[in-house]
Design a protein around this ligand. Structure first.
Ligand SMILES: [Zn+2]
Length: 460
């Protein structure tokens, strides 16, 4: 299929893909505790049906412990020399949150005008990640179910709520064996800018607490000499950053970011930074957000202002969230923060530091044939060279799949974009991004298969 034929075929498929995206987004498939299981099963069944209809000859349901059913499908390679590509997406969604903040009911997909980017659709999960599930299906339809590569497709049902699936792939490596994988659970830096995400920062949590007195004591009678647990904690937290707002904990890896990043204006708008507020940290945004560390105080136990008594506070606790360089070892990174806190003695008071969960980061190898094919494919789809970015959010499953198929190239791209409000009210997807993602996936498998044959994809 030439680029022109592929583009024409995808354009012809868009009405059907849009209708199927709407059907899928109408199902409130929230795999969180307290939400009904029926819609999760319903979404699973619809995805399996769409895959069968798209020509996937083998579709099965994987029932693993402590997670929603996974849709698994396989199309054998068309010839023994053809590579196998694993496609990943998830059919579960985040809860909608406060429905009053939505401009239309979250599970009634509504057409929108995408602020200068053409038409879109608004609904919970319509970008994250149902758009990408539909993009995979669109690619399969474009080839009539016979793409030029072998395909394994994995559509998970509990990605948004701590899936047990993350640890499963390495225990069943044959099932996940492949030459390249397309993890489609993200998208472009901005609409219209084709983007390959090559890095994911790692994450760790640490709790720090201080107990100084048996109970609160009158601040008039005891304040000034009694050790104040909250003051001790605040003094400790204040050492985590320098005067510029850069992380001051030693041993956390920080490098320049070589790829593309947001402009400051884009970042300010995405983050909702108030007029006149400075950003914190120094260096490029890519370095601050992706290839350097960040420490955020995500919780603090202390008396609330409303009912505050005039008393010295006997106990205080904070929860810290650490994000670190994609290639730094998670236990090492967390250890650096723990050691920093344990070495402190604010006013002579030691702190109790408890290491919490960690998750590794990920950095892709970008020099192989699948990356070359993807660069060609993304340019074909969006008409521009692809940008390399990273993301601060982690996708734990990437590591699970990468361990299961250690030689495979890992590609992260898809139909979401940084302005799609994922996990927030009024989530939306742009139909132009969905269309271009289907084209990119179709061009990717064509180019990648051609590279394996040693030929030129566009004439295949
Ligand atoms: Zn997602």
């Amino acid at each position: 299929m030439t680029p022109e034929e592929l583009a024409g075929t995808v354009d012809g498929l868009m009405d059907g893909l849009r209708a199927d995206l709407v059907r899928l987004a109408e199902i409130p498939s929230i795999a969180f505790p307290g939400f009904p299981d029926g819609p999760v099963q319903e979404a699973h069944d619809l995805v399996a049906e769409l895959l069968r209809d798209a020509g996937v000859p083998h579709v099965e349901r994987l029932d693993l412990p402590d997670t929603a059913p996974v849709v698994y499908g396989e199309i054998p390679p068309p010839d023994p020399g053809a590579p196998t590509v694993l496609l990943y997406g998830h059919y579960d969604v985040q809860p909608p949150g406060d429905e009053k903040l939505w401009r239309s009911p979250p599970f009634e997909p509504a057409p929108i005008d995408g602020d200068g980017h053409g038409e879109g659709l608004r609904a919970r999960g319509i970008a994250d990640d149902k758009s990408n599930v539909i993009a995979h299906i669109g690619m399969l339809r474009a080839y009539g179910g016979r793409p030029p590569v072998g395909v394994k497709i994995v559509v998970e049902g509990q990605e948004e709520y701590g899936s047990a699936f993350d640890g499963y792939p390495p225990t069943d490596p044959d099932r996940f064996a492949c030459d390249a994988m397309v993890i489609a659970d993200l998208g472009n830096l901005r609409p219209g800018t084709p983007t390959l995400t090559t890095g994911l920062r790692g994450a760790a949590e640490v709790v720090v607490e201080v107990r100084t007195l048996d109970e609160p004591r009158h601040s008039g009678e005891f304040g000034g000499a009694a050790p104040d647990a909250l003051l001790v904690l605040l003094k400790a937290l204040a050492t985590l950053h320098d005067v510029h707002g850069d992380v001051a904990v030693e041993g956390l890896r920080r490098e320049e970011w070589a790829g593309t990043s947001y402009t400051e204006e884009e970042f300010r708008s995405l983050a909702g930074v108030r007029e006149g507020m400075p950003l914190i940290g120094s260096g490029g945004l890519g370095e601050r957000l992706w290839s350097g560390p960040a420490i955020t105080v995500i919780g603090l136990d202390a008396p609330g202002v409303e009912h505050a008594a005039s008393a010295v506070v006997p106990y205080a606790r904070a929860k810290l969230n650490l994000r670190f360089h994609p290639r730094q070892d998670p236990v090492e990174a967390r250890g650096r923060l723990v050691d920093h806190l344990r070495s402190l003695r604010p006013f002579g008071v030691p702190l109790t530091v408890t290491p919490g969960d960690t998750g590794p980061g990920y950095e892709a190898e970008t020099g192989g044939p699948a990356y070359r094919a993807a660069l060609t494919a993304l340019k074909e789809a969006w008409g521009k060279e692809a940008a390399y970015v990273a993301t601060g959010g982690s996708i734990p499953l990437v590591n699970g799949l990468a361990q299961a198929a250690p030689g495979a190239e890992v590609l992260l791209f898809g139909a979401q974009d940084s302005m799609c409000n994922l996990h927030a009210p009024n989530e939306r997807v742009l139909l132009s991004e969905l269309r271009d993602t289907v084209v990119a996936m179709g061009a990717f498998v064509r180019e990648y298969a051609a590279a394996a044959r040693g030929g030129d994809g566009s004439r295949a």
